[in-house]
Design a protein around this ligand. Sequence first.
Ligand SMILES: O=C(O)CCC(=O)C(=O)O
Length: 321
Amino acid sequence: MNSTTSHAEPAVRRHALSAEEKADFDRNGYFGPFTVYSEEEMRAQWKRERLQLMDRSHAVYGEEAASSGNTNIANYDRHLDSAFLADHVGRPEIVDRVAGALGPDLLCWRTEFFPKYAGDEGTDWHQADTFANASGKPQIVWPDQLKKFGGTLTVWTAFTEASVETGCLQFVPGTHQVMRYDETKRMNYDADRINAADKGGVRRGFFGYDYRELQIDPDWHPDESRAISMALKPGQAVMFWSTLQHASHPHAGTTPEMRLGFASRYVPTCVRIYPDTDVVEEYGGSVSLDGYGAVLVSGEDAFGHNRIARETTRGHRFPRL
Ligand SMILES: O=C(O)CCC(=O)C(=O)O
């Protein structure tokens, strides 16, 4: 994928991808695992932070998100109120690697928690380019001259153990250049589907949607024989193109510990975020974007397309490399 213009490349990126790592990433569409925190530090941080995050008084999507539909939108963008998550999205272990793929001028435009409790279904196979998949409106739009790329780079950090048993991610390597799903199609939301679908002998779903409804060819199936499982220890992360075919195992319920992934999503500053809309409508709910801002985690924003948040709603300044 292309890099964008550099404005203020820091002299040293300690965690930059090597030439070999970059070649692997370009070929496979993912890179990892890599360490963001030691397991001990992650466990200790999460023990503290999970209690703090229960306080939604400063969350940008407040009561409307917590009470609308299922909880997916409530899991969005807590980096905009939590100092720990604000620092997390700007960690050099993450940003240096993302910059190696996207160039130095970078926005974090979305974060999401992905919990799986004991016995929960896995996540459907899917690919996301504009993220219109659930809302019907493109959430990220690349400039015309880069349109053939699209998507976002996601860094998915395991806040708890992510193993095959607890529902780690799966990828089909090298599938990030061809979209098998049409995000201009509509998916139907049905909360009753959650944990209720059998997909070829595996319990999988998409948080109340059935991602197969977006398939360009209804008879196509992901080649699961080529899939790899991305097991991560707490504190480890993987970076991948949202256009890579990805899914997750179900949580087998053999351990009571939930698996919790925290996804931070990055685009270069030339990308328009939530163009022509001031609400997010998905997962049976709707929230206003009034308090929303993208976070400049690295470099400069010479485009000015997007509203930028400089600090959290509690006044913690976002780090910038
Ligand atoms: O954690 C999961 O199960 C799904 C994550 C995902 O689809 C993503 O981060 O894009």
